[in-house]
Design a binder for this molecule. Structure first.
Ligand code: BG6
Length: 477
């Protein structure tokens, strides 16, 4: 037991994304999206990081998101398992291409809408509140190929239409929404969120920040529409937050870490939470020759569409110094940095830092004074299915316990936190590596990196641990 208490009504649960769990990639008239053309295995990470990706399906490649874990057909069984753990909330996303297969149609696809009706009904049957991301790395492929993804201003109109269709259709079923998943991650991986690949000789800043501007306008329009159509709704932004530490007390390194934090961690959230570009924008834009095309009325739209809460993912901190040698680099951290000697790493080299979660909660609450929602956190690890059929994932329990404690401490410190939906409550396809073997779940899925497996579900040891945590509202850890 800690020195803390979680508030009544705290939203305990788990988080997923349509493209990583659903499968059924052509079922119910669904169109193809960005995730459908991302290969599995080693190729995945390279594809996300390199320039010049062509967004084509290749005959000799395996595409794990096509079948994923088949939530499309097994959602009833999965939701029953979430209910057994006592979930109060389930974070999921809607695949834009189930609703508008190409993205630019004027009429939605009824089969897609009906699928999510069934999912929401099933969740409510078990008293679980859906928390829905409008866009989680699932941009329609047609918008990528014909419009250049979020480079194009036209995509704002298509997204606006899509968002309004969802709010109208699900206004009685969904209260909690989020706009773009990890919007700031596009600075590192534009393919996922922005739907374009940097061209070989092109500087990444100009297209990325112009595309961000389009997403900011789209996000603000969605926030406004959500409030108009569903008056008691709450809609948040969603950022990838990895607090940036200075490697040492050298002021040059401290300043470098601060600037990295501003541009990566805060830039997008500042616009979405405060409704205006932050004070460091002009100088940064000048130094990087960025010129934004801002249309008349855009700045007013941003002001009118500020979010109600800040959703964020927390997996790791990042340690920085101004001048780095290649030997300093971390092995796995997705957004780079140098190796922090005080931290252990996961099987995939991600630095494990529960204190960093408490620091993140403080940083965000100090800056914005808005409710926070941790909508992703977890340990991607190899799991072993033992002969008796059990999966003893004590390492995952240890990881989660320390992070839940850090959250409890931050709440005790005065931070306002709405909930915690840990990532990958059921094993699924990894976003960055396309592997099934990078498992996060409380529920094991029999599916493997070569595509084999029965898709059977099994409860891991952490399943029972999390059930107790929820049942006791964080008292029993
Ligand atoms: C977040 C994404 O970056 O991290 C998820 O929003 C992703 O989609 C999660 O799955 C964990 O990353 P990975 O690469 O281990 O799946």
């Amino acid at each position: 037991m800690g020195e803390f208490k979680f508030p009544e009504g705290f939203l305990w649960g788990g988080a997923t994304a349509a493209n990583q769990i659903e499968g059924g990639y052509k079922k119910g008239n669904k169109g193809l999206n960005v995730a459908d053309v991302l290969p599995g295995g080693k190729e995945r990470y390279e594809t996300l990081m390199k320039s010049g990706f062509d967004f084509e399906i290749k005959p000799n490649q395996y595409y794990p998101n096509h079948e994923a874990i088949d939530f499309y057909h097994r959602y009833e069984e999965d939701i029953a398992l979430f209910a057994e753990m006592g979930f109060k909330a389930f974070r999921m996303s809607i695949a834009w291409t189930r609703i508008f297969p190409n993205g630019d149609e004027t009429e939605p696809n009824e089969e897609g809408l009906a699928f999510y009706d069934r999912v929401f009904d099933e969740l409510h049957k078990h008293g679980i509140e859906p928390v829905v991301t409008l866009s989680h790395y699932e941009l329609p492929l047609h918008l990528v190929k014909e419009y250049g993804g979020w480079r194009s201003r036209q995509v704002v109109t298509f997204f606006d239409r899509y968002a309004k269709v969802l709010f109208e259709r699900y206004k009685d079923k969904v209260k909690y929404w989020m706009t773009f998943n990890e919007i700031n991650s596009a600075l590192v991986m534009p393919i996922n969120g922005l739907g374009f690949s940097i061209e070989k000789e092109e500087d990444r800043y100009q297209p990325t920040f112009q595309a961000y501007h389009h997403q900011f306008v789209a996000s603000a329009l969605a926030v406004k529409a959500c409030h108009d159509i569903i008056p008691d709704s709450e809609i948040g932004c969603m950022i990838l937050f990895a607090p940036v530490y200075s490697f040492d007390s050298n002021p040059d390194n401290v300043l470098y870490a601060l600037k990295e934090e501003q541009i990566f961690n805060y830039f997008c959230a500042d616009v979405q939470v405060r409704g205006e570009y932050p004070s460091f924008t002009n100088r940064f834009f000048k130094e990087h020759s960025i010129e934004l095309d801002i249309q008349e009325g855009d700045l007013e739209i941003l002001k009118e569409g500020i979010v109600d809460y800040i959703g964020f993912s927390y997996y790791m901190s990042r340690t920085e110094k101004k001048v780095k040698s290649p030997e300093d680099a971390t092995q796995g951290n997705i957004i780079g940095g140098v190796r922090n000697p005080f931290l252990e790493v996961s099987d995939w080299g991600w630095e494990i830092d529960p204190v960093g979660m408490r620091i993140s909660l403080h940083k965000l609450f100090d800056r914005y004074q808005k409710p926070l929602f941790i909508v992703e956190n977890g340990l991607g690890a190899f799991d072993e299915l033992t002969e008796d059929g059990s999966i003893n994932d004590d390492y995952r329990i240890d990881y989660l316990r320390e992070h839940v404690k850090a959250m409890g401490e931050a709440i005790e410190d005065g931070v306002e936190l709405m909930g915690y939906t840990s990532w990958g409550c059921i094993d699924m396809v990894s976003m960055s590596t396309g592997e099934f073997s990078k498992r996060y779940g409380y529920i094991y899925v029999d599916k493997h990196d070569d595509g084999s497996g029965t898709l059977d579900r099994k409860k891991k040891k952490s399943f029972f641990w999390y059930k107790d945590v929820i049942e006791t509202n964080g008292e029993k850890l």
